[in-house]
Design a protein around this ligand. Structure first.
Ligand SMILES: Cc1ncc(COP(=O)(O)O)c(C=O)c1O
Length: 418
């Protein structure tokens, strides 16, 4: 196979191999090629301690433990290892054991789950909330539960896979509008006249860090009486005067029909939650498979998450620190003349361009220098805008930021000039 790096996962999805247990032969040839194996070795590198900003990995480069500055984890507020969160989870482990041992409907709902769901509904100013054991499962389950064959599901083209998969599972017809473009959305809504319609957007788009243009989107949706589903995976606890997310930031929470969040990012745990009106939540309890046919979240995790919500909302100190770090990073990256796109959040891309070779060689070099900053390649992002993606955390110290930025300057900024 010549020029192996010009291929990507997008090339091997379909197969004419009659044996369903055998992946396509050209896929196997590609993925086993030494150059491709080297690229894939960036994935599944093992973290050997908490996803703090300074931690340790078992590097796939040389199979050695390596101390690294971590700009890859979504632990935006450092809550995954906050001492109060750990203590709450430890106590719950002693009282409740490890697993919930049942689906929420039958035996998996503990007092912890009920309390946390209530706290989240109140926090998001909705009537009720459903907790899922996975964020992806939450999006898939909510959309599958709400929409039916014959309905229209209209998504921003940059929406996460979990929203798209939810649409597929529901049987609704899916249409995609141009990213953040209200005119394009209006065209799709025009095509959907006479149908039940739900529009999906994200608070912060996870590959670019830009925000939904919510005022424009709401205006168009109001015109067509379309319901809005907002995924605030990367914005909850960080945006808005009270940390409730981008809808709060724009003063438009009351316009959101469904507000989704994940518990794996700023919350530092795992799981998803869906907030909406009480009738819809009780309907979802009957028709959302990832909720009623899957084990509930582990009780110690839920106890840790309750504490995480308390810590993150009792004052604004964690998100204030995170925003200070974001401002510092952005300024230094712009000073280095790096392309950080249109980010308005703690997700900061460094866009390299179309060269897969450069992306991978920079990725190797920065890791050897002690920086954990993962490459993002096509088809996860467009082929002409391969990138690194920084997750800024409140935990980053000045020394960690300066060391990370020195490595970025030496390897990426200088490498792009040469
Ligand atoms: C926008 C968005 N929604 C949903 C998810 C799924 O969340 P989780 O990883 O907690 O399953 C992600 C994960 O990256 C995401 O970025």
């Amino acid at each position: 196979m010549p020029d192996v790096l010009s291929y990507s996962l997008a090339d091997f999805f379909y197969t004419d191999n009659p044996d369903v247990l055998s992946p396509p032969e050209d896929f196997l040839e590609w993925i086993n090629h030494p150059r491709v194996r080297q690229c894939f070795s960036f994935f599944e590198q093992q973290l050997l301690a908490a996803p703090r900003t300074s931690t340790e990995i078992l590097s796939n480069i040389d199979n050695k433990r390596r101390k690294i500055i971590n700009l890859t984890s979504y632990n935006y507020l450092g809550l995954s290892s906050h001492p109060e969160v750990i203590q709450a989870a430890k106590e719950a482990l002693d009282q409740y054991g490890l697993g919930a041992s049942g689906a929420p409907l039958l035996s998996g709902t503990f007092d912890l789950h009920a309390r946390f769901a209530r706290m989240l509904a109140d926090f998001k100013q909705k009537e009720d909330c459903l907790l899922y054991s996975s964020g992806l499962g939450g999006n898939m389950g909510a959309i599958q539960g709400i929409l039916r064959k014959g309905d229209m599901f209209i998504l921003d083209e940059k929406c996460h896979k979990s929203l798209v998969d939810g649409g597929t599972l529901s049987g609704a017809k899916m249409l995609f509008f141009e990213h953040n473009n209200p005119d394009s959305l209006a065209m799709m809504l025009e095509k959907s006249r006479g149908k039940r319609v739900m529009v999906a957007v994200e608070g912060v788009y996870s590959m670019d860090g830009d925000l939904v243009k919510l005022k424009d989107i709401v205006e168009v949706c109001d015109q067509y009486k379309a319901a809005i589903y907002i995924d605030e995976a990367h914005s909850t606890l960080m945006f808005g005067p009270n940390g409730r997310g981008v809808a709060e930031h724009f003063g438009l929470e009351h316009k959101m029909g469904v507000s989704f969040g994940t518990l794996s990012k700023s919350f530092g745990g795992v799981g998803g939650f869906v907030c909406s009106n009480a009738d819809l939540i009780s309907y979802l309890k009957c028709y959302s498979s990832p909720w009623n046919f899957s084990c509930a979240s582990s009780p110690p995790v839920v106890a840790g998450l309750i504490k995480a919500l308390e810590v993150a909302t009792r004052d604004s100190s964690l998100r204030d620190k995170m925003w200070q770090n974001v401002a510092y990073f952005k300024k230094r990256l712009v000073d280095l003349k790096l392309d950080i796109g249109q980010t308005e959040s703690q997700v900061i891309p460094i866009i390299i361009g179309s060269s897969g070779e450069k992306l991978m060689s920079f990725a190797w070099e920065i890791q050897k220098r002690g920086l954990f900053l993962q490459p993002v390649d096509f088809p996860a992002v467009p082929a002409e805008s391969r990138r690194f993606r920084i997750s800024v955390s409140s935990q980053l110290t000045q020394a960690e930021m300066d060391e990370a930025l020195n490595i970025i300057e030496d390897v990426i900024a200088k490498g792009l000039k040469s």
